[in-house]
Every structure is written in structure tokens, then in C-alpha cells.
Design a protein around this ligand. Structure first.
Ligand code: NAD
Length: 719
């Protein structure tokens, strides 16, 4: 039975008279009555309403009753696109075929409309919503509008209601290819102003009246310009030209060039092919459709689009991508303050090193209260303060703070070596060296200067928060906030409670994360928390094969099919070998020999070596020869027993499933979704794998080692 409930979009139809355009049929998309805060989306009945209303207006145009059609939306939304909750329900997903047919029939029909069509984007137009706007001859957008994009390839599908076929005719091949293939991978959506630059919209207009003025002027201009163009259809409004390039034309060549343009160290074509081998076929399918456009009829191109969409909907990648999208949507920092959080009027940071200065900057920006950093070393204090102020200047330079606010915030930061200056802080977070005794002494001295209810927060990445709080007078006010480096960019903070942490402390910690506009994932106080524990299960498997003598290049490439953003050797270099060696040993001591302590890694760390050679023009930096030397590659008698390639990947899948099962069983994390959210945001695990647990279900690892799938049948249905 279907669990999907559609919130049906309404289309309000009115006529208005315009001196130049004549009678304009105005279609306004609106959410269901009484649900004005909900965005208008496209489910099966909504698409029927939308295509039906546009079809009715076209009937009137054919009958000579109207001179133009205008579409717009209400509130902050034009049309927010397909209703994603529909895809999560396999019964409802069956509607995609008929919905696509309805959209395509209309895309073909509008080409022969005898009157010009306007879409005024008063707000968000995403995916299917933007594809409806592509039916228009002219698009205007209200200044300041955000959320214009076709994000489908990031959801494991592709713009399938005419977008893949028609977008290039509006914005040109380069912009279309970027919008369809690359923007979704970067979470990029256009603003009205950017859309104007790319040609997605023709003019900015604050409201429909102003939009109609722009429309009337453009309609007249198009009629003048279009004399030499191929018309879109016989008897169609003559300002509209054929949307697809003919074969072997300069336009066709431009499209091919756009598909072969550079994407980092590879081309867009090789990049999408690589994504396909990593289980994400949508971008490659979209690229294939784009390259077949020249010389095709619109009907042929739409038929291919429909076939590709049907194939992708319900694929492993799309179901896992939709799961990730939903996790990210629900996990987003909320609007309402966390209940029970205490007010903070001044906060402190112990340390002014790498993490401390970055955290101080984020606290100052997010909380807008005085922030005091305290280090033992005067020079480090001064450097840390300059670093924090630099972060604020960069935030302003990116347009995320106005100059005045940036100046005030920079002035609210200070740095000192004097412990007494932390007095009066309602919260102090420590980011001093990762040594338990140092952390304990810092908390002890802080208890001496702070009020009894001030929060003591640690940014430790591997030490026990409980141990840190053990000898304190008020251990209930201790909590962990594990920030990731670089702090400004990394969206995740692990929030660590001990058995003694009280509710106000936890609520306040969660509120701090919310005010910093970051995602909070809660973890109990257990070694490595969530992200590092699982990352080191992965890295431990890799290092174990290396220690057993396997070929470094083969080992490094073994996990490619999983689709991580970088190979393990690159990750090790990024983490830093000393840190990796230390954390690996801590985890092994505390969690047992599921975690591998690697003599090879210790040797590499001691030599201050790197796993990879620096390289700008290769997708994966090559392994450094030092690795083979330090690990004694080839020195084992029976290398056939050492897992590499698929065998290593399977071993790592099983390791992850086992570890996640243990974490859930012991209450380190309460819900499996939190594991995925943490891995996506904290370690860049692939969204098209759903983070990790949908993938572990899909490949059977959870069934092999964790007693069954993590998500029931949801990700194993298609077998
Ligand atoms: N570097 C990372 O990527 C990263 C990521 C997440 C968490 N962490 C954690 O953050 C913490 C700090 O790491 P970092 O890389 O910023 O180290 P860092 O060495 O850059 O900074 C530590 C600073 O603490 C100062 N310090 C030492 N004793 C002090 C005391 N008693 N009072 C005040 N200051 C004192 C030192 O002078 C130094 O400036 C560690 O617990 C680490 O595990 C680091």
C-alpha cells in the first residue's frame, strides 16, 4: 500500500488585459489551500493540474481567445519541483512514467503555441519546476530569488521532464552542461542575478506587472531578431526558434566541446564515466543524452530522456541519494532555539592553535558575544587572534557577513595568556594538545576561575570525555563538541555526552552548534566517537594489507568502487601520519584488535614521509615509493592470502557493517541514520551510497555480519 500523501498544487487562472499583449491568461501555481507555508511541488495529481491548466490556456490560444500566457507562483516559490517524498515510496514511484509523459506531451505542444509564453520566477524553481519554466519563451525572475537549478543528477536521476533536452537551447551548451552535470555535485543553485548572467532568465522584474512589461518588450524584439532562425513549428509564434541544433553545425560542435571540457584533472566525460564505475550512473546517462541532441527531433530526444529517467528512478543510486537528501534536509540546523539551552553572554577558548583560532572565529560569528582565546604562548595567542580575524574577513569577502557586522565581530574577539581573563565566561571550549593530562589540568584550572554552572567543552578527537571530567567538582557541565578541520567549511559537529552530562549542558551544546549553522550528530563518549571510529576501521583494513606486503598502488585503488572523494593514501596524508598513527593506536587499545595498529604507518610517521606524491594533473595522486619501502611490499611469502581489490573492499564493507552494528548495539549512536549523516558530512562518504548503511545493505554486508539489513527491505528490494 502506498504511504505517500500528495499535497496537490493548485493552479489559479485569471485573465488580464495588457495594452501590447492583449488578453494574457495568467496561471498562478499555489500550494494547497490552508497550507501556504508548504512549497508548491509536483506529484502525480499536481502535474495533472499544472499540465492541464497550461493545456487549457493553449486551447484558448489556438482558438484565438488570448494573446499571451503567463505563469508564476506564490510566496517564495514558483514550483519547487517533483515531490521527493513520492520517490521514497515504491508504489508512488510508479507514477513517474505517466507524469513524464504528461510533461513531455506538453513540452512538444508548447513549441507550436501561437502565442508567446512567460514564466515569471517569483521564487524557487527547482528540477521539474524549472522544467515547467523552460516551456516559456521568456523567463523573468524577481531580484534576490535563490534556488534556480536542476539538481536531479545529484539525486541519482536526471532532468527528465524536458530539462536535459531543452536547457541548452536557453542557456547555451556550456551553461547547460554545467547546470546538469556539475552544479548538483557542488550543491550549487543559481540566484536570479546569476540566472540573468547565464541567460536562464531574460530580465529581472520585482513583480508580475513589471515582468509583463519586460515580456512585451522582449516579444517585440524576438520577432525582429528571429527572421533568420529555424522556426520551432509551423504556425507557431514566430519569435520561437527550433530548440535543438542540427547535426554538424557550430552549435553541435559547441555542445560536444562542453561535454569534453575540463573537470578538475579529467574531462567531464571521463569524470562522469568514473562516477558510473563508482555506482553513480546519472551524470553519465545525462551526458549521453546531451551528446545525442544534435540532429534529433524534440520527440526523439524526449523519448530517450524518458527511457533514461525510468531506468534511473528506483536504481540503487537514486534510492540511496534520496535517502541522503532526506537526512540532510531533516538534519539541517533548525530555526527554533534548542529548548532548555542556557543563555551565553561571553565564551572562551582554551588554546589559540590551529583548531582553537578557527573555533573562536565561528563562535564569534554565530553567537555574537565576546570570545576570549587563551594560550600559554604569547606569540601563538597573537597569531591565533590574527587567524580568527582573517576567517571573519574571508566570511565577509564571500558576502556572508556585511562589513559593519564583520568589524564588530572582529572587535569582539580577543586573545590573552592570562587565565583570569576567562573569568565570567559562560562556556569555555578547550583545543589544547591531544594529551589527557593536559586537558585535565586545563579543566581543573578553569574550574578555579569560572562560575559553577559554566560549561566546560572539549574538542578532543580521541580522548575520553568522561576521564577528562573525572576529578572535577561539577562533571555534569562537561560535554564534547568535536569540530572538524577546516572548521569554517566542515558542516558537522559531533556532540559528545558522558553519563554525567546534564540536560542543560547538552541542550546548550546543541544550541551552540545550531547557532553556528552546523549539523549536530550526537554520540556517546566512546573511542573515536562516530566518524573517526569508522574511518579508522577503513584505514586499518588498508594498512593491514600494506603491512602484509601487498602492492601499494593496488591497495590504494581497492576502494574506488565505493566512491569516496579521495583514495585512502590521500586521506592519510590529509589527516597527518602522526595523528593517524596516534588515533589508530588509541582505538586499538580501547576497542581491541578489530582496529589495526600499523608498524608501517609508525615507520612512515617517524620518517615524516607522505603516502602520495604531490600531483596537480592526476585524479588520484600516485603512491610515493617510500610506501613500498616502509611497508616492505612483496616481502610476504603467500601474497594470495592478502586482500586487495574486491577482496579488500569486501573486507572493509564487512568491517564497517560489524562496527556500525556494535555502535548501535552499545548505544554509541541511537539511530543508524545518524551514522550516515555523520559520515556524509564529516568524512565525505558518498551521498549516492546513502552515506554507508544503504550501501552495506545493498551489497549484503549487513546481512553477512550484522545479523540483517540496517533498513529492513528498503534498499534490498531490487535485489
Ligand atoms: N588538527 C585537527 O585536524 C583537529 C581536528 C579535530 C580536533 N582536533 C583536536 O583539537 C585539539 C587541538 O588541536 P590543534 O591541532 O589545534 O593543536 P595545536 O597544537 O595547533 O594547538 C594547541 C594549542 O594549545 C596550547 N596550549 C597548550 N597547553 C595549554 C594550556 N594549558 N592552556 C592554553 N593553551 C595551551 C598550545 O600552545 C597550542 O597553541 C586536539 O585535542 C585535537 O585532537 C584537531
Amino acid at each position: 500500500m502506498s504511504s505517500y500523501t500528495e499535497h496537490v498544487t493548485r493552479v489559479l487562472a485569471t485573465d488580464l488585459e495588457h495594452p501590447a499583449l492583449g488578453t494574457v491568461a495568467v496561471l498562478t501555481f499555489a500550494p494547497p489551500e490552508g497550507q501556504e507555508r508548504r512549497p508548491a511541488t509536483l506529484g502525480p495529481r499536481s502535474i495533472e493540474a499544472v499540465t492541464g491548466a497550461i493545456g487549457d490556456a493553449l486551447d484558448r490560444a489556438d482558438a484565438g481567445e488570448i494573446g499571451a500566457i503567463a505563469m508564476t507562483g506564490t510566496g517564495k516559490v514558483f514550483l519547487a519541483g517533483a515531490d521527493l517524498s513520492m520517490f521514497a515510496d515504491p508504489a508512488a514511484a510508479q507514477h513517474v512514467g505517466p507524469m513524464t509523459r504528461a510533461a513531455h506531451e506538453l513540452q512538444v505542444r508548447v513549441l507550436s503555441s501561437p502565442v508567446p509564453i512567460l514564466a515569471h520566477l517569483n521564487g524557487v524553481a527547482l528540477g521539474g519546476g524549472l522544467e515547467v519554466a523552460l516551456m516559456a519563451d521568456v523567463r523573468t525572475a524577481a531580484p534576490g530569488v535563490r534556488g534556480l537549478a536542476v539538481p536531479e543528477t545529484g539525486l541519482g536521476i536526471l532532468p527528465g521532464w524536458g530539462g536535459t533536452t531543452l536547457l541548452q537551447s536557453v542557456v547555451g551548451p556550456e551553461n547547460a552542461v554545467r547546470m546538469i552535470l556539475e552544479d548538483p555535485a557542488r550543491d550549487r543553485q543559481l540566484s536570479a542575478e546569476q540566472a540573468l548572467d547565464s541567460g536562464l532568465v531574460d530580465a529581472l522584474a520585482p513583480d508580475l506587472d513589471a515582468a509583463l512589461e519586460e515580456f512585451a518588450a522582449l516579444v517585440a524584439a524576438r520577432l525582429d531578431q528571429n527572421a533568420d532562425e529555424r522556426p520551432a513549428a509551423d504556425d507557431a509564434w514566430p519569435g520561437r526558434s527550433a530548440p535543438l541544433p542540427a547535426a554538424d553545425t557550430p552549435e553541435a560542435e559547441e555542445l560536444r566541446d562542453a561535454l569534453d571540457a575540463a573537470h578538475g584533472a579529467e574531462t567531464r566525460r571521463t569524470w562522469t564515466a568514473r562516477l558510473e564505475t563508482q555506482g553513480a550512473p546519472a551524470a553519465a546517462r545525462a551526458l549521453d543524452l546531451l551528446q545525442k541532441l544534435p540532429g534529433s527531433t524534440v520527440t526523439e530526444a524526449l523519448a530517450r530522456e524518458s527511457e533514461a529517467l525510468t531506468e534511473l528512478v528506483g536504481s540503487d543510486a537514486s534510492s540511496a541519494s534520496l535517502y541522503s537528501a532526506e537526512l540532510l534536509r531533516r538534519g539541517k540546523p533548525g530555526r527554533a532555539p534548542v529548548e532548555g539551552a542556557r543563555e551565553l553572554q561571553k565564551v572562551g577558548v582554551a588554546g589559540a592553535g590551529l583548531m582553537a583560532s578557527q573555533i573562536a572565529a565561528q563562535l564569534a560569528i554565530g553567537l555574537r558575544v565576546p570570545v576570549v582565546m587563551r594560550d600559554l604562548d604569547e606569540d601563538i595567542a597573537a597569531t591565533g587572534l590574527a587567524g580568527a580575524r582573517d576567517v571573519i574577513a574571508q566570511t565577509a569577502a564571500h558576502g556572508r557577513l556585511d562589513e559593519e557586522a564583520a568589524t564588530t565581530i572582529a572587535a569582539s574577539l580577543s586573545a590573552t595568556t592570562d587565565l583570569a581573563e576567562l573569568a565570567g565566561c559562560d562556556l569555555v571550549i578547550e583545543a589544547v594538545p591531544e594529551v589527557l593530562e593536559i586537558k585535565r589540568s586545563v579543566f581543573a584550572e578553569l574550574e578555579g576561575v569560572l562560575d559553577a554552572d559554566a560549561l566546560l567543552v572539549t574538542n578532543t578527537s580521541s580522548l575520553s570525555v568522561t576521564e577528562m571530567a573525572r576529578d572535577l567538582d561539577h562533571p555534569q557541565r562537561v560535554v564534547g563538541l568535536h569540530f572538524f578541520n577546516p572548521v569554517a567549511k566542515m558542516p558537522l559537529v559531533e556532540v559528545i555526552h558522558t553519563e554525567k552530562t546534564d540536560e542543560t549542558t547538552l541542550a546548550t551544546a546543541l544550541e551552540v552548534v545550531r547557532r553556528l549553522r552546523k549539523f549536530a550528530v550526537r554520540s556517546a563518549d566512546a573511542p573515536g566517537f562516530i566518524v573517526n571510529r569508522l574511518l579508522f576501521r577503513v584505514l586499518g583494513g588498508v594498512l593491514a594489507s600494506l603491512d602484509a606486503g601487498a602492492d601499494p598502488d593496488e591497495v590504494d585503488a581497492s576502494l574506488d568502487a565505493l566512491g569516496m572523494p579521495m583514495r585512502p593514501f590521500t586521506l592519510l596524508d590529509l589527516v597527518g601520519l602522526e595523528v593517524a598513527d596516534h588515533v589508530g593506536q588509541v582505538l586499538r587499545e580501547q576497542l581491541g584488535d578489530r582496529f589495526h595498529a600499523s608498524p608501517g604507518l609508525s615507520a612512515m610517521a617517524e620518517r615524516k614521509a607522505r603516502f602520495t606524491e604531490r600531483s596537480k594533473n592526476s585524479v588520484h595522486p600516485p603512491a610515493s615509493p617510500t610506501v613500498a619501502e616502509a611497508f616492505g611490499a612483496g616481502g610476504t611469502e603467500d601474497l594470495s592470502q592478502v586482500p586487495v581489490g574486491d577482496a579488500l573492499l569486501e573486507k572493509i564493507q564487512d568491517g564497517l557493517a560489524e562496527e556500525i552494528g556494535l555502535m548501535l548495539g552499545s548505544g554509541v549512536v541511537e539511530q543508524v541514520e545518524q551514522v550516515d549523516l555523520a559520515l556524509i558530512l564529516g568524512a565525505g562518504f558518498p551521498r549516492h551510497r546513502g552515506g554507508i548503511t544503504p550501501y552495506l545493505d545493498q551489497v549484503g554486508a549487513s546481512q553477512r555480519v550484522a545479523g540483517g539489513p540496517f533498513h529492513g527491505e528498503r534498499f534490498t528490494r531490487q535485489g
